[in-house]
Ligand binder design. Structure first.
Ligand SMILES: *[C@@H]1O[C@H](CO)[C@@H](O)[C@H](O)[C@H]1NC(C)=O
Ligand SMILES: *[C@@H]1O[C@H](CO)[C@@H](O)[C@H](O)[C@H]1NC(C)=O
Ligand SMILES: *[C@@H]1O[C@H](CO)[C@@H](O)[C@H](O)[C@H]1NC(C)=O
Length: 167
C-alpha cells in the first residue's frame, strides 16, 4: 500500500473510532421520556459506559426527571429522597460519571405508568490502540480537545515519517 493511502486509512480509522468514546443516549429513543413506554426493554438493548450521557427529552411543563438512590425507591416510585430533580425546559442531559446502577423516575404519579428507568454503567471502554498511543491516560478520554490534539499529533508524525520513505 502506498504511504499516502495507508495514511488516509489510518486517519479514517482514527476519526471513526472517536465517537465511540462517549455516547449520548436519548432515553426511550423516539418515544422520549413519557408514560407507557417500557424503559426496561429500552435499557436492556444498550451498553452504558462511564462518560456517556442520558438525554431525557420530554414535553414542556408535563414531566420531571428524579434520580433516586436505590432500587427500593425506584420500585416504590418514591421520590422523597431525590438526589437530582429536574423539570425545566424540554430536556435534561445527565452525565453517567461513575460505574454502577442509576435509577430515575418521574414524580407526579407518572412513575406508576412506567416512567422509570434504571441503567447499569460499566467502566469506560479502553481506548483504541491508535488513540492510546498518543492520548495520555484516562483524563483525556472523551474530550474533543484531547482527541484533536492526538489526531494532529499523529498527522504530524505521519507527515514527517512519510517524507523520507516515499519512493
Ligand atoms: C417491560 O418489558 C420486559 C421485557 O423486556 C418485561 O419483563 C416487563 O414486564 C415489561 N414491563 C412492563 C411495565 O410492562
Ligand atoms: C419513601 O422514602 C422515605 C425515605 O427515603 C421513607 O422514609 C418513606 O417511608 C418512603 N415511603 C414509602 C411509601 O415507601
Ligand atoms: C457527575 O455528574 C453530575 C451531573 O452531571 C455532576 O453534577 C457531578 O459534578 C459529576 N461528578 C463528578 C465527580 O464529576
Amino acid at each position: 500500500m502506498a504511504p499516502a493511502s495507508s495514511l488516509l486509512l489510518f486517519v479514517t480509522l482514527l476519526i471513526f473510532a472517536a465517537p465511540s468514546l462517549a455516547k449520548k443516549f436519548t432515553v426511550g429513543g423516539s418515544n422520549h421520556w413519557a408514560p407507557n413506554v417500557n424503559y426496561t426493554t429500552w435499557a436492556d438493548q444498550k451498553q452504558f459506559h462511564v462518560g456517556d450521557w442520558l438525554d431525557f427529552k420530554y414535553q414542556r411543563d408535563m414531566y420531571d426527571v428524579v434520580q433516586v438512590s436505590d432500587e427500593a425507591a425506584y420500585k416504590a416510585c418514591n421520590d422523597s429522597a431525590a438526589i437530582v430533580r429536574y423539570s425545566r425546559g424540554t430536556n435534561f442531559a445527565f452525565e453517567l460519571n461513575h460505574t454502577g446502577r442509576y435509577y430515575f423516575i418521574c414524580s407526579r404519579g407518572y412513575c406508576w405508568n412506567g416512567m422509570k428507568v434504571s441503567v447499569l454503567v460499566h467502566p469506560a471502554p479502553a481506548p483504541s490502540p491508535a488513540a492510546s498511543h498518543h492520548a495520555s491516560s484516562s483524563c483525556a478520554r472523551g474530550e474533543a480537545g484531547a482527541w484533536l490534539a492526538a489526531l494532529s499529533a499523529s498527522l504530524g508524525a505521519a507527515a514527517l515519517l512519510s517524507l523520507p520513505f516515499r519512493v
